[in-house]
Design a protein around this ligand. Structure first.
Ligand code: SAM
Length: 393
């Protein structure tokens, strides 16, 4: 409660112009740096202490079922670095949920000075050495960040039991970071299971200021440690990377009747990950803004991209190739979930994605399907074992 209050009772507290007196924030949360407020305000300490107290009490009550006297007596809270978990024996952990820093986004250790001082926490040079970050006061390189993240993934692999899961929360616009995570996780022996977007309740102040450069929300990538991991295969889609990117963006816009920057980014990362083209993406598509603003309409109010008025999709790609792309991506997802969809379900999935172009006959979809997939049982389908896909180069 006290350290939470430090957020409000200090000279960097910036009052909000729209919210109530206590609805502002310390500059660290607003601007990711220390800055004395141009008009500092003094809040009533007791009033905000009481309000914190009520919130903490409600939170404790909500968690009581999971965290209570018995669980507390066995819990162990350690300060340390994820790059060295030697205190934890190998194959002893049931589940890992980790939320590492996202590259250069926030210099956590620099920004936590005020709280560390308040809590009497010592921050050593070693802590700075081990902090996974790009930039910051210590001006660390991307390469240093990559090495620390890779080392922590290795440690997580070591301590996790077999057949258990690692959930990795991540957000970044640059596909290079995603590629690093997937590559390292796979080379350690993790198997990719799937990725799901996780939205934040409220878009941050930064997001409002820079709608095209700041992403809100993250993806949770799930991995499993298994004895014979399957690597993600690189799909042979018959398109070049610029066509794949356009195809992916158009697909998500068609499916949702307009899509936010986050939806487009998430979709590209997930497709890149599942179809094995993240490495291509990272070379040329670290910033989507020029493509999006150059080819689509943007609605400020809805914060969504859509197809330019009175135009069909830009894509000049043959409809059969477009069908193939969506089929491979859908059937791969189904296969990871051990599902073999019926033809009707396939049609229901594929057609909405193509609705702004030439709508194909079911027969066309069936022809493409037959070229890349095979029947299992009555009318269920799965991708052919070989032919349309090859292993990662
Ligand atoms: C995205 S934040 C996690 C925020 C957390 N989920 C929360 O809600 O408070 C990433 C955190 O990783 C920490 N971190 C950076 N390098 C680390 C390392 N080598 N070992 C462990 N934690 C590290 C940062 O200090 C920061 O607190």
């Amino acid at each position: 409660m006290f350290s939470g209050l430090v957020t409000k009772i200090n000279l960097t507290y910036h009052q909000s112009s729209i919210r109530s007196e206590g609805g502002g924030n310390a500059s660290v949360f607003q601007y990711y740096r220390y800055r004395i407020a141009p008009r500092p305000v003094e809040l009533d300490v007791i009033k905000y202490f009481e309000s914190r107290y009520k919130k903490i009490k409600a939170a404790k009550q909500e968690m009581e079922y999971f965290i209570n006297e018995q669980t507390i007596s066995t819990a162990l809270i350690l300060k340390g670095t994820a790059t060295n978990l030697r205190i934890i024996p190998r194959e002893s952990v049931d589940y890992i949920y980790t939320d590492p820093p996202y590259g250069a986004k926030i210099p956590y250790l620099d920004l936590s000075v005020m709280w560390n001082a308040w809590l009497d926490l010592e921050v050593s040079e070693e802590d700075y050495q081990q902090e996974a970050i790009e930039g910051g006061e210590h001006d660390k390189s991307k390469d240093e960040y990559n090495k620390l993240i890779a080392q922590s993934i290795k440690e997580m692999y070591r301590v996790l039991k077999f057949d258990r899961w690692l959930s990795f929360v991540f957000a970044h616009k640059d596909p290079e970071f995603w590629h690093l995570i997937i590559d390292t996780a796979e080379s350690c022996g993790f198997e990719y299971v799937g990725a799901v977007p996780q939205k934040n309740g409220q878009p941050s102040f930064k997001k409002h200021q820079n709608p095209f450069t700041v992403l809100s929300g993250q993806l949770i990538i799930n991995f499993r440690k298994v004895r014979n991991p399957r690597a993600i295969m690189k799909a042979n889609l018959g398109m070049d990377i610029s066509e794949i990117v356009m195809q992916t963006i158009e697909g998500i816009i068609a499916k949702n009747d307009g899509a936010t920057l986050e939806q487009i980014n998430d979709e590209l990362i997930i497709k890149g990950l599942e179809l094995g083209f993240l490495d291509l993406l990272k070379k040329e598509y670290s910033d989507l803004t020029p493509i999006l603003l150059g080819s689509f309409d943007y609605d400020d109010k809805a914060e969504k991209f859509s197809i330019r008025k009175n135009t069909k999709f830009k894509t000049s790609i043959d409809v059969r190739l477009r069908i193939k792309y969506y089929l491979i991506s859908y059937l791969r997802r189904m296969e990871r979930e051990n599902k073999y969809p019926h033809f009707d379900n396939i049609i229901l999935e594929i057609l909405p994605l193509l609705k702004n172009g030439i709508t194909p006959e079911n027969q066309t979809v069936l022809n493409v399907l037959e070229s890349i997939a095979e029947r299992v049982g009555q009318d269920s389908w799965r991708l052919k074992r070989n032919g349309q896909q090859k292993l990662f180069d």
